[in-house]
Design a protein around this ligand. Structure first.
Ligand code: NAD
Length: 253
């Protein structure tokens, strides 16, 4: 990377949690970063905290709104003129049994967690193609591969995103665009505070060989690696960053 042409990443859901930690990691590596989030105020505060003399762009946008996503991508092009990495991280969780999952919740979870990455990827590809390639990382979940009594909507949205990752890895390879996923185990973010009950927390601690929740920064490292040139021959992979949970083969709480 030459200083005159720094690389550019767009991270969705970047106002807090794993997305914010990822934006910070890209900045620390010398990239320019567009941070996108539906929560404009929270995003404004996060960007004010981390901005280093104009290296960031804040985009208030709902990833499930195709017109807003197009506008956001145009803003990235106007400001930075290129896009090298897209991290589809924005997501929401509804944990409930089937009979307590409303149709509205079901549709919203799929809209944000699955249609959102579809729309952002579609909008990003032309800009990446102009720059002769790029990398996309989708944030799935261990819920994509393990079923439970509470995650029909969330787990299905993440399983869909995992498969979309493989589809697009094959389809976009000819454009030199790599597509991978990171599948986090539990990380103690605002999302986890919302849906992880005491019982779920206790079960997770017992089920995770490393015996703890992951840190946002540990996820950011894996996401950055997959976007970096160190991962130049890796595409179509789903990297579990879960303290050994998937390997241990124990059921989800
Ligand atoms: P978080 O709730 O702390 O952050 C998610 C961010 O996404 C928030 O800033 C939120 O405002 C934003 N967002 C939500 N809907 C949006 C939309 N429609 N458009 C744009 N932005 C939107 O959650 P987190 O734990 O940091 O989660 C990040 C990703 O990691 C999610 O995709 C989540 O499903 C996944 N994940 C998290 C865990 C965990 O235990 N925390 C485990 C597995 C997977």
């Amino acid at each position: 990377m030459t200083p005159s042409h720094p690389k550019v990443a767009l991270v969705t859901g970047a106002a807090r949690g794993i997305g914010l930690a990822t934006a910070k990691k890209f900045l620390a590596e010398g990239w320019r970063v567009a941070l996108l989030d539906i929560e404009g105020e929270l995003l404004g505060r996060a960007v004010a905290d981390i901005d280093q003399s104009g290296m960031t762009l804040a985009l208030t946008c709902d990833v499930s709104d195709s017109a807003a996503v197009s506008d956001a991508m145009e803003a990235v092009e106007r400001r930075f003129g290129r896009l090298d990495a897209l991290v589809n991280n924005a997501g929401i969780a509804v944990f409930a049994p089937l009979m307590e999952t409303s149709e509205t919740d079901w549709r919203r979870v799929l809209e944000v967690n699955l249609t959102g990455p579809f729309l952002c990827t579609k909008a990003a590809v032309p800009l990446m193609r102009e720059g002769h390639g790029g990398a996309i990382v989708n944030i799935t979940s261990i819920s994509a591969v393990r079923a439970s009594t509470l995650r029909s909507a969330y787990g299905t949205s993440k399983a869909g995103l995992a498969h979309l990752t493989k589809q697009l890895a094959v389809e976009l390879a000819s454009l030199n665009i790599r597509v991978n996923a990171v599948a986090p185990g539990p990380v103690d973010t605002a999302m986890a505070k919302q849906v992880h009950t005491k019982e779920i927390r206790a079960d997770y601690h017992d089920a995770i060989p490393l015996n703890r929740y992951g840190l946002e920064e540990e996820l950011a490292e894996a996401i950055y690696f997959l976007c970096s040139s160190n991962a130049s021959y890796i595409t179509g992979q789903i990297l579990a960053v879960d303290g050994g949970f998937d390997a241990a083969g124990i059921g989800l709480p």
